[in-house]
Design a protein around this ligand. Structure first.
Ligand SMILES: CCCCCCCCCCCC(=O)SCCNC(=O)CCNC(=O)[C@H](O)C(C)(C)COP(=O)(O)OP(=O)(O)OC[C@H]1O[C@@H](n2cnc3c(N)ncnc32)[C@H](O)[C@@H]1OP(=O)(O)O
Length: 210
């Protein structure tokens, strides 16, 4: 049965105001997202899904080292501190880096659904310049699911989790089978990731859970 709560209507209206495209508006057949019973508990850190991920991996010296924490329902929060390596204009975060932070945060949501999905579309509003040294407080949630399509939204705030919005994004993730990575990725990194001694990361990267 189709799911169309007031909050989704509000999001669609707000999307229209912010200018996000029709492709990011869930169809009438969309359903409410369901948190997987084995999803990390609210408050739990998600950890890196892959040590060399530019967004969350600890083995990327100039990566974002983004730390995401499960929230209620299918939501999470994350933090990312802008470092000198992330500049575009002097002293300010590069817009592409901020989009990456949003992409990584939104991508982490799929772990709460226990679905493996990749970004199909990401639309970003850059609302305020973000100086180097700023900690961006990100909050994201999945708003609807339609077949393989996962619709989600995120904001990034400065000066604390309730501070002014600096960036926001809406996205469509598309669920993919594990072959997506095996068939398209580079052999050496795939082999290395499959040998990762961390069972949780291996599971997250290479198993699709119903
Ligand atoms: C190892 C770590 C693990 C975990 C991985 C975690 C990684 C975290 C990193 C952050 C996330 C990323 O950056 S991920 C990396 C960046 N993204 C990518 O590399 C994805 C590259 N693109 C693709 O591989 C492909 O285009 C896909 C998978 C997105 C879609 O291809 P497909 O599988 O053939 O599916 P397709 O039939 O085309 O589309 C399915 C449905 O989605 C819709 N759709 C598809 N793309 C779009 C789009 N851009 N805008 C609107 N709608 C779209 C279609 O209309 C269709 O709707 P309907 O007809 O069904 O209604």
């Amino acid at each position: 049965m189709a799911w169309c709560p007031d909050s989704l209507d509000a999001r669609v209206r707000s999307a229209a105001v912010s200018g996000s495209s029709a492709a990011l508006q869930p169809p009438a057949s969309a359903r409410k997202p369901e948190r997987h019973p084995d999803a990390p508990a609210p408050g739990e850190l998600l950890g890196a899904h892959y040590e060399h991920c530019f967004g969350c991996g600890h083995e990327q010296p100039h990566g974002l080292h983004l730390e995401a924490r499960a929230g209620e329902g299918v939501s999470l929060t994350a933090e990312f501190t802008v470092r000198p390596a992330h500049q575009g204009a002097p002293g300010l975060a590069h817009g592409g880096v901020l989009a990456t932070a949003l992409d990584e945060t939104l991508g982490s949501l799929n772990w709460l659904l226990r679905k493996i999905a990749v970004t199909g579309r990401l639309e970003t509003d850059f609302v305020r310049p973000v100086p180097v040294g700023t900690t961006l407080h990100l909050a994201a949630e999945v708003v609807a699911v339609a077949g393989r399509k996962i619709y989600s939204t995120a904001t990034g705030r400065m000066d604390g989790p309730t501070g002014p919005v600096a960036v926001r994004a809406e996205a469509l993730f598309v669920e993919v089978p594990v072959e997506h990575f095996v068939d398209n990725g580079r052999e050496e990194e795939i082999q290395a990731a499959m040998k990762d001694p961390d069972q949780a990361r291996r599971t997250r990267a290479f198993e699709v859970n119903p």
